[in-house]
Write a protein that binds this ligand. Structure first.
Ligand code: 5GP
Length: 122
């Protein structure tokens, strides 16, 4: 599937749609999620056009991958989440219910985040 350059995060990267920015460097942009699921809910996205974790891990350069994941750690540190703890999550594809087709890592924190996954009905 080709990358959709009209997805909402691509528009945020181009400055066509505003975001509540918390961090930016050469490889990554981080901003608050519009519909937070925890007291801290930040999205970290690479600056390159990658649809999901699968696309990013297969096709991004070593510098992009290293820079991106270093940025995820930096954001968590700058938000003072490392002491109490935090959770990162990336949804890929339909089973994970990925909504936005631009790779992103969620960072959740500042609360007991509960079990790793919601309990599914038996
Ligand atoms: P996904 O399900 O793809 O892993 O998560 C997409 C996330 O993007 C959701 O948590 C959703 O609230 C967030 N989101 C969708 N549209 C926007 C937007 O326009 N701005 C921001 N800041 N977050 C958005």
């Amino acid at each position: 599937m080709a990358y959709d350059s009209e997805n909402i995060f691509a528009k945020i990267l181009r400055g066509e749609i505003p975001c509540s920015r918390v961090y930016e460097d050469e490889h990554a942009l981080a901003f608050n999620d519009i519909n937070p699921q925890a007291p801290v809910h930040v999205l970290v996205i690479p600056k390159g056009a990658y649809e999901s974790m699968d696309d990013f891990s297969a096709n991004a350069s070593k510098a992009e991958i290293a820079g991106f994941f270093r940025a995820v750690g930096t954001v968590a540190r700058e938000l003072a989440l490392t002491g109490a703890g935090y959770r990162i999550l990336a949804n890929h594809g339909a089973d994970a219910r990925q909504e936005v087709p631009h790779f992103h890592v969620h960072i959740f924190g500042q609360a007991d985040l509960g079990p790793m996954l919601a309990q599914r009905p038996a």
